[in-house]
Design a protein around this ligand. Sequence first.
Ligand code: ACM
Ligand code: ZN
Length: 565
Amino acid sequence: MNFIKTVSAAVLLLSAFTASAKTEKKIEIIPYPTSVEYIKGGDFKVPGSQLYIDPALDSVSRLAVYRLSDRLSCSTGKISPVVVGLSSASAAPKKDFVFLLDKPIAPESYTLTVNGKSAVVRASDSHGFLYSVQTILQLLPAEVYGKTPVKGLKWSIPSIVIKDTPRFGYRGMHLDCSRHFWTVEETKKYLDIMAVYKLNTFHWHLTDDQGWRVEIKKYPRLTEVGALRAGTCIKRNFSSHDGILYGGYYTQEQMKEVVAYAKGLGITVIPEIDLPGHMLGVLAAYPELGCTGGPYEVWTRWGVSKDVLCPGKGQMFTFLEDVFDELCEIFPSEYIHIGGDECPKDRWEKCPDCQALIKSLGIVADSTHTAEQYLQNYVTKRVQDYLAGKGRKIIGWDEILEGKLGEGATVMAWRYGDACVKSTGMGFPTILTPTTYCYFDFYQSDKEGRVQEPYAIGGELPIEKVYGFEPNELITDEASRKNILGVQANLWTEYILTPEHLEYMLLPRLAALSEIQWCPEGSKDFERLKASLDKHFKIYDILGFTANHRIQGNPGLPGAKYLGE
Ligand code: ACM
Ligand code: ZN
């Protein structure tokens, strides 16, 4: 290599380095887009720009643009009106946003081309437009999320081309509203921050031993009795409780409201009725549905109850069918989650009705499974068939794999990595939510750090560890990988007492999760995420979210009632 070549190579290298340093500084989008390219042209100045909508856009896409208009007008102090009626970018006046329907673009994807004169979005569905709006917002100062105009900020976007498409079609976040109850407004706020990170599925864990939270008109005692518990245990002192009556439930109208709100954010709500275990809420209200007939109480403690539904009594199936009839009227989702986890078989082993059913079905134990495990398969299959008749598919926790699971079921694999490997290997569509990386009820720091954290269930899941999850490292077999539908994190709320605490467990780990769900394999970069989080902490502040600031050297949740071990 001669000297000139060496020097020019060094200059090239240096400029590449400066360009990338510039990129790091400018783009603080989470999840980071699939492709980002800076192009020639000046900055696109946002204040007072108009937002042109292709008339072919559907109502959810239009709503997304109207919301962007609202954000821009509020924060810059200059009105950015929406104009409907533009079918081609070339007709766009200068200095404006344009949103165009472009059918060949893949589902949930978009392109954003910004130059000094315009910012043009192309997408083929409402998800693409919604995500483009989130990206545009994150290209601007965090104050764009605020309620008042802020002068003196750089309200402009550099010339850039972003092409963006998600890695996984299922990008979920779960919320347990049984152990602690979250109001409709709190739930909507949870959905708001999921939307910022381009998640598309909200798994709503609506029922459990500690409270039934769904209004079912045919069974009023579910909410009159099953939604209330006599108290709540303190930390792990399961033999007593605080004596404070605790409860709550959602009316059907409220749940419909949450479904509609989520739809406007591009989020599908999947309801979970956890069966046949985790059912003390039901048994307290209708003891005839249990093996022993009770009496039962809505649980005041945490754990796994031995009292479960009794399939031997035929009315259990009638009850479940009635519940799903009403539930399907509220939730239009393709999938209904039927739980299936942690169902001890102690009662079934002793129950004459369950044993008679086992006999009449010709179920026999073998070297791999007990007759009672096969009985759970029978329950799962009957519910699956009933829901199939209503055009719905089931999702169940990975315990539904024990014995034989019917084709067409989707598995939510949660037990460490093993269940993820087993489920995808058996050919079932699988949502990966392994405890090791995806249980957001775990502590966010090590044993020393957690003395400043609020008391939690246990575990150790700092954001760095969440970010380290790579589905293809867990699922190494190529054929099995094809069965991964996506990734979800779960937020169980036994030890989560307030909305602030809930948000503290969610943020910023949700940001890390979103990059696992969205970014192409091999493109994650923890330093980039960390650098972007400075801005995202500001966004949380502006939107009124509480977050865990450990990564900024400031752990803890002020006002936490109980501290960690
Ligand atoms: C679970 O964590 N029991 C699904
Ligand atoms: Zn029974």
